[in-house]
Design a protein around this ligand. Structure first.
Ligand code: F6P
Length: 405
C-alpha cells in the first residue's frame, strides 16, 4: 500500500513537523511502500501533483531541517468541496487518482475547514461502500480554534512568538520619557487565543500587556479610549494587544472600513487593519505618541523562536495518525487530550472529523476579566506548557537553513 499526505489552510511553524511525523512512522511500517507528498492540499490530488517524499527527505539532516522549517513545504490551498450528494464528480476524481497511485491512506493536515474536507470525503467513501481508502485529519492552526482537541499544533510556537515579541516591544516602548501607546495586532480571526498568549510574559514579572482585547467580548471604541486613558495614568508606555477579529455590539468587525470586503472560499473575511485603525483613533482622540504593529504572518512563520513542545508534539501527532490508519481508523481527526497542566502531560486520541469541521473553539469567557480588557490567571495554566523549550536552528552563513521541496 502507498500513502499520501497533504497540507492545507494557513501555514504554521509546526505543520512540517506533523508531515515529518507521518513520514517517519510510515517509513518504519512494513505494509507501507511509497509515501507521497501531495502539492497544494486537495488540489494536488485532483491535479495529480505529488512527489515521492523519500526522494526529498533523503537524509537525517533533511529530516531535522524539515522539523525546523516554517510554512507548508508541500504548499497549501483553501478549497471547499461541494456536498457529494449534489455534486460527486470531484469525489470520483479524487478516488480515481488515489487508486491509480495505489494510495490506501490519505493524511490531511489542516484546520477546521480542512476537517470539512476530511469529513465530506469520508462520508462519500462510506456512502459508496469504498473501504480500500482511508482518510485521517491531523490538526494544525495558529488560531487554536479547533474543537475536540486541547490545543492545535502550531499554536504553541505562534503563542511563544507573540509573547516574546510583545516583551521586546515593551522594552522598546519604554525608552522615551514622554507618554506613549503601542498597539499590537495579532491574528486569530474569530478566536482570541493568540492575543491572549501575550499574557505569558507576566510569568517573568512584566506588567504588560496592560490591555488585551479578544473577539470573545464586545469591542467598544468609547470603552477602548477610556481604558487607554485610564492605563496612561498608571503607565508611561501603555501596551495594548488586540486580536484582528474584535467585533462591535452589532457583530461587525471593529475596523470594518479597513477591510477589503473580500472573502475566501469558506466565506471568511480577509481581516487585519484593527491596529492601524486604533492607532489613528488614539492619535486623533488622545494625541500622544502612538504606534501600531501588525504581527501578521511573522506569528506563523517565525521558527527561530518555535516552541520545542509544539514541534515535538506536532511530530508525535503525525506519527500517531499513521498508527491510527494502520489500525483501521478513517474519517477521524487526531486530538490532544490534556491530562495535567503541571507537570504537563497529554495523550493522543481521535475524534470524528465532522465534530471539528466548520466549528470554532473560543477562548473561555471565564478566563477574561469582567471589563473585557485583559485575561485572568487560569489562562496561564493552560498556555504556559505549550510554549516551553527551544529547537535551535541549523545555521549556515549566519542564517537558519530551511528545507525546500
Ligand atoms: O489560518 C489561520 C490564519 O492565519 C488566520 O489567523 C488569519 O486570519 C488567516 O489565516 C489569514 O489567511 P491567509 O493566509 O489566507 O491570508
Amino acid at each position: 500500500m502507498n500513502i499520501a499526505v497533504a497540507q492545507s489552510g494557513g501555514p504554521t511553524c509546526a505543520i512540517n513537523a506533523s508531515l515529518a511525523g507521518v513520514y517517519s512512522a510510515a517509513q518504519k511500517e512494513a505494509s507501507i511502500d511509497k509515501i507521497y507528498g501531495v502539492l497544494n492540499g486537495i488540489e494536488g490530488i485532483i491535479n495529480d501533483e505529488m512527489v515521492d517524499l523519500s526522494e526529498k527527505i533523503s537524509s537525517d539532516v533533511n529530516y531535522q531541517l524539515l522539523l525546523r522549517t516554517p510554512s507548508a513545504v508541500l504548499g497549501s490551498c483553501r478549497k471547499k468541496l461541494p456536498d457529494h450528494r449534489e455534486k460527486s464528480e470531484i469525489y470520483e476524481k479524487i478516488t480515481e487518482i488515489l487508486r491509480k497511485r495505489g494510495i490506501g491512506m490519505f493524511f490531511y493536515i489542516g484546520g477546521n475547514d480542512s476537517m470539512d474536507t476530511v469529513a465530506k470525503y469520508s462520508d462519500y467513501l462510506r456512502c459508496n461502500n469504498i473501504d480500500d481508502i482511508k482518510i485521517i485529519g491531523i490538526p494544525k492552526t495558529i488560531d487554536n480554534d479547533l474543537c475536540e482537541t486541547d490545543h492545535s499544533p502550531g499554536f504553541g510556537s505562534a503563542a511563544k512568538y507573540v509573547a516574546a515579541t510583545v516583551q521586546e516591544i515593551t522594552r522598546d516602548s519604554n525608552v522615551y520619557s514622554i507618554p506613549s501607546v503601542t498597539i499590537i495586532e495579532t491574528m486569530g480571526r474569530h478566536a482570541g487565543w493568540l492575543a491572549a498568549a501575550s499574557c505569558c510574559i507576566r510569568a517573568n514579572g512584566e506588567a504588560a500587556p496592560h490591555l488585551i482585547y479578544l473577539p470573545e467580548t464586545t469591542f467598544s471604541i468609547e470603552r477602548f479610549l477610556a481604558d487607554v486613558k485610564n492605563e496612561m495614568k498608571k503607565h508611561r508606555a501603555v501596551i495594548v494587544v488586540v486580536s484582528e477579529g474584535v467585533k462591535t455590539a452589532e457583530g461587525k468587525f471593529a475596523a470594518e472600513e479597513y477591510q477589503s470586503g473580500q472573502k475566501d472560499v469558506f466565506g471568511h473575511s480577509y481581516l487585519s487593519g484593527i491596529g492601524k485603525f486604533l492607532e489613528k483613533l488614539v492619535a486623533a482622540e488622545i494625541g500622544c505618541k502612538v504606534r501600531s504593529i501588525e504581527l501578521n504572518v511573522m506569528q506563523r512563520c517565525s521558527s527561530h523562536i518555535a516552541s520545542l513542545e509544539d514541534i515535538q508534539s506536532s511530530e508525535a501527532i503525525g506519527m500517531a495518525a499513521v498508527e491510527a490508519g494502520i489500525s483501521g481508523k478513517s474519517g477521524c481527526m487526531m486530538t490532544f487530550v490534556r491530562e495535567s497542566d503541571m507537570p504537563y502531560s497529554y495523550r493522543i486520541d481521535t475524534t470524528d472529523a465532522s465534530k471539528a469541521a466548520n466549528s470554532e473553539k473560543f477562548f473561555p469567557r471565564e478566563w477574561i476579566n469582567e471589563e473585557g480588557n485583559n485575561v485572568l490567571p487560569p489562562a496561564y495554566d493552560y498556555l504556559m506548557p505549550l510554549i516551553q523549550g527551544e529547537l535551535h536552528a541549523i545555521m549556515k552563513n549566519g542564517m537558519p537553513l530551511n528545507f525546500v521541496i
